[in-house]
Design a protein around this ligand. Structure first.
Ligand code: ADP
Length: 484
């Protein structure tokens, strides 16, 4: 990027200099020619007046005047033709054209009282015409007139013209000197501009360079790094966004590590129990059959527990595969709820817990019936598990135009305030011992939350320790396809 920036800055700064140089040089040449032409014209005017006063056109052999004309031609380094009003060349400083006629456009315009000029840059010569004018008095006497006169003026008359041709090559010399000097100044300017551009491009790209170096370090595996945004608001924004992403990555990495250690711990616990039970059995020698049976039942319970943890973990892994795992269909929610409660009623009855269901309206919604049943089953099972004997569990179903709501309330032990924020975490249990007693794995609410999120719904919990709990699930009636 620094190279591109340097090239851009160099082009941007050098192009205007080049344009200025070209314009300056071309106009310098023209200005020089114009000013020289105008000088010569004023001298030619004086010469024309002198010729008119001395009646040179009537008397072209006047030696004094011929010498004056020659002197002027030598002074300008050119050629002067004196042409009378019959377009005949009466005097030529190069002699060759004397006696000939000249009816060129310039001469004709000169006869009309104008003093046109022409610069031929290719052939490098200047050509101009100066009318020779006389003023006629009322008595009919003619006198030389100063200044260019209009032919239509009644008191003046063009009696001839001076046609001057001057070599313009010597004029180029001062222009080329100017050209050389300007070129030198430009070269010095470029020599200053280029290193400055190099320094500026370095300064301008420094924050980006620093940002990319920081990001590279993180990419190399240093997750504890940080990206500095530097001087620009844009790079600071990129740095902030990157740091936020990095923080989320760190949290994710930490939770992955926690999860792995939790999983290994949870899977090891039943195996340790089995090992202890088996070891004690082996150490007993001749123990009664009843004792063997009791130990074997304990071992079998631990195996069941291990198997339940593995099942729940597999369920979570399946849910992590996201929406593609969902089998969405129109489901009668009332019927589904009745079925779930029918299955759980025997469990509730063992502890004399009353299981109530109230529905405010018939509801059908687009859901994955199997997965959603599992989510609600987990909630109702928990409401039974963490309830007191002879307590109650109330499940209610309602809907508005957009969502349906399942509310599961119980008369159980409630959840302490500091635990409320953690109960949806994997393997989190408020009372480890009690949860183990009731066969809990600490994964039930994680599974429920994952299923609710997959349905683009939300789950909330309201609870007070010793005062029962209420879980509310809100699900859209129409399934919203994953937005990419
Ligand atoms: P578990 O398999 O242990 O029940 P869950 O993920 O289902 O795991 O629940 C996490 C923890 O939240 C439970 O261990 C329990 O302490 C608490 N909990 C869940 N539901 C209730 C409830 N209805 N009443 C009281 N505590 C509950």
């Amino acid at each position: 990027m620094r190279v591109y920036l340097f090239l851009c800055l160099s082009v941007i700064s050098i192009i205007p200099l080049a344009i200025v140089y070209i314009v300056l040089m071309s106009s310098a040449g023209e200005i020089h020619v114009e000013s020289r032409t105008s000088d010569m014209k004023s001298q030619a005017l004086m010469l024309a007046n002198q010729l008119a006063e001395n009646n040179y056109l009537e008397n072209p052999h006047d030696r004094t005047m011929t010498a004056v004309v020659r002197q002027a031609a030598d002074m300008w380094g050119g050629r002067i033709l004196v042409i009378n009003d019959l377009y005949r060349v009466i005097s030529d400083t190069y002699v060759s054209a004397e006696g000939r006629f000249n009816i060129s456009e310039l001469v004709m315009r000169g006869m009309a009282g104008q003093s046109p000029s022409h610069y031929d840059s290719a052939e490098q010569y200047i050509e101009f015409v100066q009318p020779i004018v006389i003023r006629e008095s009322s008595e009919g006497q003619a006198a030389g007139s100063s200044g260019t006169a209009d032919a239509s003026d009644a008191s003046t008359r063009v009696i001839g013209v001076l046609l001057v041709m001057v070599d313009a090559a010597p004029l180029e010399v001062p222009v080329s000197t100017l050209q050389e000097k300007t070129m030198l100044v430009l070269l010095i300017a470029v020599c200053i501009i280029l290193p400055l551009n190099l320094i500026f491009s370095g300064l301008l790209t420094r924050p980006l360079k620093r940002l990319s170096r920081d990001i590279e370090k993180v990419a190399e595996g240093n997750l504890n790094g940080k990206a500095e945004g530097g001087a620009y608001a844009e790079t600071r924004r990129i740095g902030d966004s990157f740091n936020q992403t990095l923080t989320r990555l760190q949290v994710l990495d930490q939770s992955r590590q926690d999860f792995v250690s939790n999983v290994s711990h949870e899977l090891k616990t039943p195996i340790t129990s089995i090992r202890v039970l088996a070891d004690s059995l082996m150490g007993m020698g001749q123990a009664p059959v009843e004792l063997y049976q009791e130990f074997m039942e304990d071992i079998s319970a631990e195996i069941d527990r291990e198997s339940k943890i593995i099942d729940d973990l597999l369920e979570l892994v399946r849910l992590d595969k996201k929406a593609q795992a969902l089998n969405i269909a129109q489901v009668n929610i009332n019927e589904m709820m009745e079925l779930i409660l029918k299955r759980l009623r025997p469990i509730a009855q063992t502890r004399n817990i009353e299981l109530l269901f109230e529905s405010f309206r018939p509801i059908t919604a687009e859901i994955d019936e199997v997965k959603f049943s599992l989510a609600i089953t987990n909630l109702v099972e928990n409401a039974i598990k963490y309830n007191k004997d002879a307590g109650w569990v109330k499940v209610s179903l309602n809907a508005d135009y957009k969502y349906f709501y399942v509310k599961v309330s119980d008369s159980g032990c409630g959840i302490p305030e500091d635990a409320l924020g953690h109960i949806f975490e994997r393997f989190y249990r408020v009372d480890k011992a009690r949860s183990r007693e009731t066969g809990g794995t600490g994964l039930g609410l994680s599974i429920t939350q994952s299923i609710v999120v997959l349905h683009h719904g939300a789950i909330r919990v309201y609870s007070k320790e010793g005062d029962g709990s209420t879980f509310v699930v809100r699900i859209p009636l129409t399934y919203i396809k994953e937005e990419r």
